[in-house]
Design a protein around this ligand. Structure first.
Ligand code: IMP
Length: 427
C-alpha cells in the first residue's frame, strides 16, 4: 500500500514539516487534508528557512505533486502570498500545486471575528487561537453557508453566499464591538485573488485516488496535532478541524483501505502554544532553557511556546486514536546537556494511578515521572543510531518500550541531513 499518513502525536509543532519534506524524496504526491494557515510548517534547506502555511511541505521537491484537499480552509490572500514567496525562491508551483474545488474559503470577516473573540474573551475563556479565522470558517462550513473554492468561478454565486454569511455574522460582530464589512468590500478583496486561485482548482479526490491506484507513493501531511483535534483533543482548547490520521481519508476523499501506514511525529519533549491543559509543563528555568534552545516560538504567531516533559500516556493515546505504526522523534538535540531527563509515565488521579491519558480530567491528575540519565554533549552530527551516546539510545528505547511503538526516524537538528533514518517509510 502506497499511502502514508504523517500526523502530529502531541499539540502540534512536532516538526512534521521536516519529516514530510524528508520523505518527499521518495513521494510522488503530498496531500494536506485539514486545517489552514493556522499551521506553519518550517523547512530548512541548506541553512535557509522556509515556512509554509497552506501548501504541503513537499513543495520544495520539484518532482512532487502537491494537493490541498477539501478538508482544508483556505485564505486566498495567504495562499497567493505564499505562492509568490515560493516562486521568488525559484520554486515552481504551476502545474504541480492543486487545490480542491470543495475546500472552504476563509473570508476577511472570519479573521475579524476570530480576533475580536480572542481579544474580548475574559481570561480563562480564551482558546488562544492563531486568529487566522479558522474557527469561524469551519463554523460556516458546518452551518452550511460556507463559500467553497469552486464557487470562486462564479461571482454571482460568490455575492449571494457572502451576503448570506455577513448577515449571519453581523449580530456577533456588532456584539463584539466590531464593524461588519460591506458585501462590496469582500467582493473587491476576492476578485483579484480568485483570478490566481481558480486555475489551481481540481477534483483532488480523483487525483489522489488515481495516484494511489497507480501505486505511486502518496504522503498525507497532517496539521496541528492529536491533542488539538476537534473530537479527540483537550476540548474546548482545540482547533476546529480533524488532526488525527482518519482525517486523511475524510479530508482528502479517499477510503481507509487506501492508507497503508501511519507515522506519528513527537518531539523528544513536549510543547503547547495557546491555552489549555498541559500537565507536564515546566514553569521554571529548565522550561525556559528548552524554549530558547529549541527555538520554541510559534512559526505563525511568534508566541513563545509552553515547554515540558514528554507525556507517555499522551503518546499512547495518540497511538490508539491514530493507529500509529511508528514514531518519528524530533528535536532530540535540544535535550543535550541535561543531567537528567524526566518522562511522565502515568497519572495519579482521585481514582488511583492510571497509564491512560486523563484527557478530560487533567485538573485532578498529577503526572508520575521516571528519570533517565541525560547526555552531556551535542548529538547534532549523529547520522546513525551507533553515533548516539548510550544514554540517548536508552532514552529512545524507553520511549519505544513504554509506548509500544517503534521509532523509525530521529531528528537531531533542523537541516535535512541532521537525521537518523532507522526504517524507510515507503517499504
Ligand atoms: P486555531 O486553530 O487558530 O483556531 O487555534 C486553536 C488552538 O490550536 C490554539 O491553541 C492554537 O494555538 C492551536 N494551533 C492551531 N494551529 C496550530 C499549529 O499548527 N501548531 C500548534 N498549535 C496550533
Amino acid at each position: 500500500m502506497s499511502g502514508v499518513v504523517i500526523i502530529g502525536a502531541q499539540w502540534g509543532d512536532e516538526g512534521k514539516g521536516k519529516i514530510v519534506d524528508l520523505y518527499t524524496e521518495r513521494a510522488d504526491t503530498v496531500v494536506r487534508f485539514a486545517g489552514g494557515p493556522n499551521a506553519g510548517h518550517t523547512l530548512v534547506v541548506g541553512g535557509e528557512k522556509v515556512v509554509v502555511r497552506l501548501t504541503p511541505s513537499g513543495i520544495l521537491r520539484p518532482k512532487a505533486e502537491c494537493v490541498m484537499a477539501q478538508g482544508m480552509v483556505i485564505d486566498p490572500a495567504v495562499l497567493v502570498g505564499e505562492i509568490d514567496m515560493l516562486e521568488a525562491r525559484g520554486i515552481k508551483t504551476t502545474g504541480r500545486l492543486w487545490l480542491s474545488d470543495r475546500a472552504h474559503v476563509i473570508l476577511p470577516f472570519h479573521v475579524l471575528v476570530d480576533g475580536l473573540r480572542e481579544d474580548r474573551a475574559a481570561r480563562g475563556a480564551k482558546i488562544g487561537t492563531t486568529k487566522r479565522g479558522i474557527g469561524p470558517a469551519y463554523e460556516d462550513k458546518a452551518g452550511r453557508r460556507g463559500l467553497r473554492t469552486g464557487d470562486l468561478r462564479d461571482f454571482g454565486r460568490v455575492e449571494n453566499l457572502v451576503r448570506g454569511a455577513i448577515a449571519a455574522w453581523e449580530p456577533t460582530i456588532v456584539a463584539l464591538g466590531g464593524e461588519p464589512p460591506s458585501v462590496q468590500s469582500v467582493l473587491s478583496h476576492l476578485e483579484p485573488l480568485a483570478a490566481r486561485v481558480v486555475p489551481m482548482l481540481a477534483d483532488t479526490s480523483i487525483k489522489t485516488d488515481r495516484a494511489l491506484r497507480e501505486g505511486k507513493n502518496v504522503l498525507f501531511e497532517g496539521a496541528q496535532g492529536t491533542l488539538l483535534d476537534l473530537d479527540h483533543g483537550t476540548y474546548p482548547y482545540v482547533t476546529s478541524s480533524t488532526a488525527v490520521a482518519a482525517g486523511a481519508c475524510v479530508g482528502s476523499g479517499i477510503g481507509p483501505t487506501r492508507v497503508g501506514r501511519v507515522l506519528g511525529v513527537t518531539k523528544g519533549y513536549a510543547t503547547r502554544v495557546g491555552e489549555g491543559p498541559f500537565p507536564t509543563e515546566l514553569h521554571d528555568a529548565l522550561g525556559e532553557r528548552i524554549r530558547n534552545q529549541g527555538g520554541e516560538f510559534g512559526s505563525v504567531t511568534g508566541r513563545p511556546r509552553r515547554t515540558g516533559w514528554l507525556d507517555i500516556p499522551g503518546l499512547r493515546y495518540a497511538s490508539r486514536v491514530n493507529g500509529l505504526d511508528a514514531l518519528a522523534v524530533t528535536k532530540l538535540d535540544v535535550l543535550s546537556g541535561l543531567d537528567e531527563i524526566k518522562v511522565c509515565v502515568a497519572y495519579d488521579t482521585p481514582e488511583g494511578r492510571t497509564e491512560e491519558l486523563p484527557v478530560d480530567a487533567f485538573a485532578n491528575a498529577k503526572p508520575v515521572y521516571e528519570a533517565v540519565p541525560g547526555w552531556p554533549a551535542s548529538i547534532r552530527s549523529a547520522r546513525t543510531l551507533a553515533d548516539l551516546p548510550a544514554t540517548t539510545r536508552t532514552y529512545l528505547a524507553r520511549i519505544e518500550a513504554l509506548t509500544g511503538v517503534p521509532i523509525d526516524l530521529i531528528s537531531v537538528g533542523p537541516d535535512r541531513d541532521a537525521t537518523i533514518i532507522v526504517r524507510e517509510v515507503f517499504g
